[in-house]
Structure formats: C-alpha cells, structure tokens
Design a protein around this ligand. Structure first.
Ligand SMILES: Cc1cc2nc3c(=O)[nH]c(=O)nc-3n(C[C@H](O)[C@H](O)[C@H](O)COP(=O)(O)OP(=O)(O)OC[C@H]3O[C@@H](n4cnc5c(N)ncnc54)[C@H](O)[C@@H]3O)c2cc1C
Length: 406
C-alpha cells in the first residue's frame, strides 16, 4: 500500500497514475477538503475559483482528461488578447523607440539562436533581463509577466529555474502547448472527477488525517507544500528538511468582483501591472471573457501579494477588496460597485522560484533521494508541469517497488 500525503491536485493525479499501474493507494489529508488550494464555487451570478482557473493544454493533460472521461472547455477567442497597464491599457507595453532598442539588443540571437538567451549559472531574472533584453523590456514586459505567474521578486528569482526549460533541447514527445482549458463547472469539476474515479479504483481517502513525521517501514509520497514537507521530514531527513525549509512561501490574495452585465469590461484574458503604475495588484483575470459558462454576470479576479508585498497575509478581506476596487478604478477610469465580492487570502500560497529553491531542486535531483516528493516546488508551479512530474514519479515508484519485490 502506498500512502500519499496531501489530497491536492498533486496527490490526486499521482494517485491516479499509481492506481492505473495496479498499485494500491491510500491518501491522507489533514483537512476535510479534497483539492488543496483548488475549489470552484457557483452561485446564481457567477462561477468563482479559489486558486487555479485554468490548466495548460498539453497532450499529457488531454490524455488524462480522456481517461477520466471529463469533457473540457477551451478558452474563448477573445481571451487571446492580453494586456499590460502602462499609462493605460496596452497590448504591447513598449514605445516605438523602446521596441527598436529591444530589436537591436536581441539581434545577435539571429546567429546564436537559443544560446543567446540561455541563462547563466545563478543568474537572477533581473540580471538576465538586463543582459539579454533591455531595461524597459525587463521592467514593462518581463517583470509583470513573471510576477503575474510566479508572484516572485525578479531580482531574486532564478533565471535557470524559471526559464531554463525553454532553452533545453526538446526531447521527442515533449509536451506541446495548445493554450489553456477548464471545465463547465470550473476546476473543482476536475477534482471531483478525480476523487470519484479514484474511489472506484479502490483508493482510500483518510480525511482529517495529518501526517506529523515521516514514518518508518511504509511507502510514502509527500504531496504537500514545500513548507509542510519540510516539517514532516524534519526528524528522519534533517538535511533535506533544512534545505526545504529555506524555500520561501509567498502569500497571495485573490479578490473576485462580480458586476452586472453592463459593467466596464476587460475585452481579453486579463491585465498585468508593471511596478510604478500606481497599482498594488499583480494582475487581473477577466473570468467571463476567458471561458464560457461563467454565469450571467461579468466577473474579474484581482491578484495581489507575492514576494514584494508580503503584508497581504495580514490584511483583512475588506482591505483586499478596497485595494482591488481602487486598482480597478485606475484601470476602468470609473468607480463601479460590485454586486458581490469574494476574498481568498493564502498566507503560504506558492514557493518563491528563487535561488534557494533552485539549490534545493538540484540537490534533490542529484541525490536521487529515497524520499518521494511531488508538488509545485519541484518541476514547475503550474498544474500541467505537476502532472508531467507525476507521470515520471509513478514510473519510478513502480520500478522501485518491483525491484524490492524481486
Ligand atoms: C491564486 C492562485 C492561482 C493559481 N492559478 C493557477 C492557474 O491558473 N493554473 C495553474 O496551472 N496553476 C495555478 N496555480 C497554482 C496551482 O493551483 C498550485 O500549484 C496547485 O494547486 C498546488 O497543488 P498541490 O496539490 O501541490 O498543493 P495543495 O493544493 O497545497 O495541496 C496540498 C494538500 O496537502 C494537505 N496537507 C498539507 N500538510 C499535510 C499533512 N501534514 N498531512 C496531511 N495532509 C497535508 C493540504 O491540506 C492540502 O490539501 C495558482 C495558485 C494560486 C494560489
């Protein structure tokens, strides 16, 4: 019996991969909720997500959804438009001369190709941007784009951790990206389907069962956050635990504002905010524009916090709502009262993709550790990357158990 600790997306998809291989699995979850950060809530006005609102569409994810017999929905054509906020909404945030300077700066890439962009060892994203792009492109393009995904501080984020995979030689069969996808009832529908199919395969769910420390004589996989894994590993694997506890966890708040259908709308996927534009949020998603079936009203989700705004963890729901409304007023040039608002504050939402995390990942991979880990701090933050990691991990676990039995 393999014990998976944590019933978030990581734990559930690993359980699926293991049970497909005929292995017996039980899942220990400390809370009463299955899905970890992810859940979807529908009312008569709209659909709201607490964390991920979409999955990157890869062939691996497509196969998973086919196995689960779960129909998905693609993004709406309008969602192809993404905006930056720099003295107003822009599809491209650089001026003519800044774009020209960028073109000249990256012209060696015509000859050097990917080698020109390859990050150096221990280089931060900020240093990479200044070396490879221009100051303006780093500030108005790169920083907001990465903050919108990683919520990190680009002067500390590791360029090879975040960008490295873009410059590796593509292996045959490597996932190709086809955009994003979700489900009629939101991401929670995927969690429910996984749970349902796992139960049918005989997987046992133990809710309200926190694992305090790594047990002896049991096949265990930790599918929890970096911070929780560090605590569980402390007594049995102090070295690994120590390195993992150096990974900074970042707070995030998401504020979903629901407006009537006549409200001012962002006509695209959403908006990213470069620093210095008088806006505190990192970005905003125009939920109703991204996917169909998000309800009769128009809704937006504003994201704030991250490495440069750690104090969001101490804010109240009212504070977060006020920040989102003030930022929205700057964007829309009009103050509209939402019909409803929902705030979700995660004190430890995501791992910081900084050099400490890169050091941990390198250490863990080099050591070929006997400890099995999965989660958003190993192979990538997004769900498709986590699933890809789990496909490889399930194979490793199966091989290891077969070797032990021989
Ligand atoms: C606001 C926000 C928006 C996001 N948007 C996207 C997006 O659009 N697309 C995307 O791909 N990704 C997105 N992400 C990232 C993605 O949601 C997460 O990386 C992913 O959900 C993490 O899943 P997980 O299972 O690794 O961790 P978690 O969801 O944190 O699950 C871990 C589980 O382990 C349990 N646990 C912890 N400790 C113990 C213990 N000791 N014993 C037992 N159980 C324990 C927890 O209770 C929890 O249920 C977003 C994240 C946030 C916060």
């Amino acid at each position: 019996m393999i014990c998976i600790v944590g019933a978030g997306f990581s734990g559930l998809t690993l359980a699926w991969e293991l049970s497909k291989r005929g292995l017996a699995v039980e899942i220990w979850e400390q809370s009463d909720h299955i899905g970890g950060l992810i859940s979807s809530h529908r009312d008569e006005l709209s659909l709201r997500e607490t964390a991920a609102n979409a999955l990157i569409w890869t062939p691996e994810i497509e196969s998973l959804l086919q196995e689960l017999e779960l129909p998905w929905i693609p993004t709406r054509p309008e969602a192809k438009k993404r905006f930056f906020f720099r003295r107003g909404l822009k599809r491209w945030p650089l001026s003519f001369f800044e774009s020209l300077a960028l073109g000249i700066k990256i012209s060696p890439a015509i000859f050097l190709r990917k080698r020109y962009f390859k990050p150096k060892d221990r280089e931060s994203i900020l240093d990479w941007g200044r070396r490879v792009l221009t100051e303006a492109a780093t500030k108005f393009l790169l920083e907001p784009a990465l903050q919108g995904i990683y919520a990190g501080d680009i002067s500390k984020m590791s360029a090879s951790l975040v960008l490295g995979s873009l410059f590796q030689k593509k292996r045959a069969g490597a996932p190709r990206y086809r955009g994003s996808l979700s489900f009629e009832q939101g991401m929670g529908e995927l969690i429910e389907r996984l749970q349902d199919r796992l139960v049918k395969k005989g997987v046992i769910f133990r809710k309200q069962s926190p694992l305090e420390s790594y047990p002896h004589g049991k096949a265990v996989v930790l599918a929890v956050s970096a911070a929780s894994a560090a605590k569980i590993l402390k007594t049995r694997y102090p070295d690994l635990s120590d390195r993992l506890s150096r990974v900074q966890m970042l707070p995030l708040a998401s504020v979903t504002l629901v407006f009537g259908p006549q409200a001012h709308k962002i006509e695209g996927f959403g908006v990213l905010f470069p620093r210095g534009q008088g806006v505190r949020s990192l970005g905003v998603l125009a939920n109703s524009m991204i996917f169909e079936s998000r309800g009769p009203c128009y809704s937006e989700t504003w994201l704030m916090g991250g490495a440069q705004d750690l104090s969001v963890a101490q804010l109240t729901d009212k504070d977060c709502e006020a920040i989102a409304l003030a930022d929205r007023e700057k964007l829309a040039q009009t103050l509209e009262k939402p019909l409803r608002s929902h705030v979700q504050i995660w004190a430890e939402a995501l791992p910081h993709a900084n050099q400490e995390l890169k050091d941990f990942v390198d250490f863990f991979q080099e050591r070929q550790s006997e400890v099995w880990l999965t989660g958003n701090y190993l192979g990538g933050l997004g769900l498709s990357k986590i699933y890809s990691w789990n496909c490889g991990l399930a194979e490793k676990i199966q091989n290891s158990l077969e070797t032990k039995n021989d």
